[in-house]
Design a binder for this molecule. Structure first.
Ligand code: PLP
Length: 388
């Protein structure tokens, strides 16, 4: 047990200790923390649906009809009819044969990847892929190769040298969660075709955000036919909770039989499923939300860049501001909070050593005037801290 205290002291000394803070309001464009209302610039609630009245109403109705908990896993007796409705909706949304809902993005990735790959396979993963993908690969026992971020030359090099494996699976986030850039999905699909590899994409930050119908980056690039495994979450732009994989019927049947994180866990509450169904309906019907989201993102990104911040290759509502040092990052975040702006610092191991940052995210329901004031305060504090 002495080790626990030591570890905590080490984290503290390096400026890497994490602490939970409590949200005292709805998840919205402004939130209450420590009793004070502040502008929220770090949620993944991109379309502002998390507290939408229509989602709440759908959730309440489902509670009245089905109750709160489900009392069993999906394969025992917890598989409410709402799952069928949601999965049909998702398959139609993503234009695949079938869909399967998991309890979260994290459990989807560990369950899917560990079912698809085994010791005879190799998984090729972008260096900046989400932690849940990495954990899924480790759990699978497959050989694991990371390729440099979005580097198609490196990826092709690995594909050339790994022909001996039973199966090769390339996995990438479509929108990278900490950098806000977009994977070269079309080039990856072409390479996979040329070298006979399979692809799985994680659309966690793209679902509801990209594509004419809002179904993600795969739709945006028109690549549906080329990507067999399309995973995404219902917890970010969708404003609810849970995750999905969309694929052909065989793949879904296979996962129902193999994915341990689906089989050995209690099913999602009816309220959550009903809210997800309603949210997807809204996403399809209200493209103006996406338009507002991108207008806000362009405005905010340009403002930060004009102040001299390094926003990496951000092309999405995720706009990182590179700081470097973890302690200065925490100080930056603390000072912003004193000025009524909430954005937590992102530090290793979430991002590589030396790239600590504030990761700003804007949402569709942010008001332009609030973003303008925030830009001024952010620049002023950054100058005091000599970040810009
Ligand atoms: C957030 C995220 C997940 C995890 O999803 P949860 O529903 O929060 O568990 C998985 N992959 C990526 C890329 C993410 O950003």
């Amino acid at each position: 047990m002495a080790k626990i205290k030591e570890e905590l002291q080490i984290l503290e000394a390096k400026g890497l200790k994490r602490k939970l803070v409590f949200l005292e309001s709805e998840q919205s464009d402004t939130i209450i923390i420590d009793g004070s209302r502040c502008l929220n610039l770090c949620s993944n609630n991109y379309l502002g649906l998390a507290n939408d009245a229509r989602l709440k109403e759908a959730a309440v109705k489902a509670i009245k009809e089905y109750g709160v908990g489900t009392g069993a896993s999906r394969l025992v007796c917890g598989n409410t009819k709402l799952y069928q409705e949601l999965e049909e909706k998702l398959a139609q949304f993503k234009q695949t044969e079938a869909a399967l809902v998991f309890n979260s993005g994290y459990t989807a990735n560990i369950g899917i990847i560990s079912s698809l790959a085994d010791e005879k396979d190799i998984v090729l993963s972008d260096r900046l892929n989400h932690a849940s993908i990495i954990d899924g690969i480790l759990l699978s026992g497959a050989k694991f190769r990371r390729y440099a971020h979005k580097d198609m030359v490196v990826l092709e090099g690995i594909l050339k040298k790994t022909r001996g494996f039973q199966r090769r699976l390339i996995i990438t986030d479509t929108v990278f969660s900490m950098d806000g850039d977009i994977a070269p999905v079309e080039e990856i699909a072409n390479l996979a075709e040329a070298y006979d590899a399979e692809i799985m994409v994680d659309e966690a930050h793209a679902t509801g955000v990209f594509g004419n119908r809002g179904s993600g980056v795969v739709e945006h690039f028109g690549l549906g036919a080329k990507i067999r495994f399309q995973m995404g979450t219902l917890s970010k732009a969708v404003g609810s909770f849970g995750a999905y994989i969309c694929a052909d019927k065989d793949a879904i049947d296979y996962l129902v039989n193999k994915a341990r994180s689906l089989i050995y866990t209690t099913s999602l509450p009816p309220a959550i499923l009903a809210a997800s169904i309603k949210a997807i309906e809204i996403i399809e019907k209200e493209p103006e939300r996406r338009q507002r989201l991108f207008e806000n993102a362009e405005f905010f990104r340009k403002g930060l860049q004009d102040s001299g911040f390094n926003t990496l290759d951000s092309k999405t509502p995720i706009i990182p501001v590179l700081v470097g040092d973890p302690k200065i990052t925490v100080e930056f975040s603390r000072k912003l909070f004193q000025q009524g702006i909430y954005c937590t610092g992102i530090r290793p191991p979430t991002v590589p050593e030396g790239t600590s940052r504030l990761r700003f995210t804007v949402i569709a329901t942010h008001k332009r005037a609030d973003l303008e004031i925030a830009l001024e305060k952010i620049a002023k504090i950054a100058k005091e801290l000599k970040i810009i």
